[in-house]
Design a protein around this ligand. Structure first.
Ligand code: ADP
Ligand code: MG
Length: 501
């Protein structure tokens, strides 16, 4: 691919001239057992077109039945987002043709969403709190999935054939739409990222979705417009669709700010359109002109009755809400006596949940923190995955901590054990056994290695005896080498001191 060039305005210059307005639409796939309107499995990863039925295939005469769990979980999300819950809401048909949707309409909610008027408070990197207002959270169904063959990098562009998989068609989705976010200025990209991240933590804590952006169970559309500083009316927005990582959300907003500013500065008009995010270079490219609501010919779905959510049911659901992430954070910070900055580092590293879980299975907060925030974060960075997607569990980390505390592993050996677990070689104990990592406790073997190292380094022994006690590093190094790193350095030092007395 040749590197494209774009007409972009420098970010700082954008801020001098324009005020960004942003709106985020986040789709969350619910982790229910079955689909929103039929009994097919809603699980991810099955063979194509095996989780299907007459309803999700849109066969004539098939009738949808609402998944009660889907409604309950939508209410859960609404409540956690401080929304009002509609006592009565409706499903509507959003009509459009696309091959991944056999019915030619998507069941969604339109002017009567189940939850509306809420907010989510997020914490920015420097500790500032920012309130993102929520316009609505509504229920809908996911579409099927197309796989494009023959083209470049799986895109429809240049493809020679496309395959349709309806497994995803009908999986419950909640779409959460923000009110326009104004006054964010230079922070717009950061706010977009922090909001999506907070929302992800929230739905995971609620247990309603695994919110895997990499697998598409959480997807973001970001709307952005610019208006000249001082202007009251909003400018025309573009909508960048289906962004699938936190980093990309931030970059998509940043890129659109710089691109739109350059276009406006050149006297071009921004057209309301959808755009695609390009993972490769962090740009966005033109999609289709944006349909308006009228184009979809929304009308209430005659196959589905209104959704009735009596107040006492809503209150019952409220009482089942788990400790929400921000409450949990405040509690943990107090319990572990962390400063605001320390706490923020944990949250920003995406490590808090893992640390808490590691403490729950026996490590101290400091031990757990030190593994997740340093070595494991580094490993996650190296392999380009999120911390929580590393193939090591909190239980395994706690086990490593125990082995170190018992003196069975040195820090260095412990890291090798962790490497083995990350490489899917087995549990910590299996890796330790298979790689022979355990610290050598056989005093005879270590003593022999010390004797050998002392004999091989008479010059160092001489210096030591002359009063320079700091020279033993080379001896320890030689012993470590001879024992393949399995001797306990403290024990080696002690032996050296004893022998050279
Ligand atoms: P659509 O059906 O076009 O996706 P939605 O109402 O679902 O529209 O979402 C539009 C999103 O864009 C909302 O988050 C809204 O707050 C935001 N928005 C609306 N107008 C503007 C604008 N001019 N600039 C930026 N964002 C906007
Ligand atoms: Mg929308």
């Amino acid at each position: 691919m040749t590197a494209a060039t774009y007409d972009l305005m420098d970010f700082d210059e954008v801020l001098e001239k324009f005020d960004p307005v942003m709106g985020l639409e986040v789709h969350v796939e619910l982790g229910t057992e079955t689909k929103m309107f039929s009994a097919s499995s809603a699980h991810f990863g099955a063979e194509p077109n095996t989780n299907v039925d007459p309803v999700s295939l849109g066969l004539p005469g098939a009738l949808p039945v609402v998944n009660a769990k889907g409604v309950e979980w939508a209410i859960k999300i609404g409540l956690a987002l401080n929304c009002e819950i509609a006592e009565s809401s409706r499903f509507a048909r959003k009509n459009y043709f696309y091959p991944d949707q056999p019915k030619n309409y998507q069941i969604s909610q339109y002017d009567e969403p189940i939850a509306y008027n809420g907010y989510l408070d997020i914490i920015l990197e420097d500790g500032t709190e920012w309130r993102v207002e929520i316009e609505r959270a509504h229920m809908e169904e996911d579409t099927g999935k197309l796989t494009h063959l023959g083209g470049e990098s799986g895109r429809i562009h240049g493809a020679t054939a496309s395959l349709v998989d309806c497994n995803r068609a009908g999986i419950p989705l909640i779409e959460i739409v923000t009110k326009p976010i104004e006054g964010a200025g230079e922070r717009a990209p950061e706010i977009a990222r922090a909001y999506v991240s907070a929302l992800r933590d929230l739905v995971k804590a609620l247990g309603v979705s695994d919110a895997r952006m990499d697998q598409g169970s959480m997807r973001v559309d970001s709307n952005l417009s610019l208006r000249p500083i001082g202007q009251y009316e909003f400018g025309t927005r573009t909508e960048t669709k289906n962004i699938n990582s936190l980093k990309s959300v931030e970059q998509a907003v940043r890129f659109e700010m710089m691109r739109q500013a350059a276009a406006l500065e050149n006297g071009e008009e921004i057209v309301q359109e959808t755009r695609h995010y390009q993972e490769g270079d962090g740009s966005t490219s033109k999609g289709r002109p944006k349909e308006t609501a009228e184009d979809y010919r929304y009308f209430n779905d005659p196959d589905l009755p209104p959704v009735i959510a009596p107040k006492d049911w809503v209150e019952e659901i409220r009482s089942t809400l788990p400790e929400l992430p921000w409450v949990r954070r405040a509690r943990i910070q107090k319990e572990w006596q962390l400063s605001d900055a320390e706490m923020r580092d944990l949250v920003n590293a995406g490590a808090l949940d893992r640390i808490i879980e590691t403490v729950e299975v026996g490590a101290t907060p400091n031990e757990a923190r030190s593994w997740w925030v340093s070595y494991l974060s580094q490993k996650a960075n190296e392999t380009g995955v999120e911390l929580e997607d590393l193939s090591i569990t909190p239980t395994e980390v706690a086990r490593v901590v125990t082995l170190v505390n018992e003196g069975k592993l040195t820090t260095k050996l412990a890291r090798q054990a962790v490497d083995g677990v990350l490489a899917d070689e087995g549990t910590v104990d299996e890796v330790v056994a298979a790689r022979g990592l355990e610290v050598v406790r056989d005093d005879g073997a270590i003593e022999a290695a010390v004797d050998e190292a002392l004999a091989a380094n008479p010059d160092i022994v001489e210096k030591y005896r002359a009063g320079n006690k700091k020279v033993t590093g080379a001896i320890v190094g030689a012993v470590m080498k001879a024992t393949k790193g399995k001797a306990d350095p403290a024990q080696v030092n002690k032996l050296i001191a004893e022998k050279l007395q």
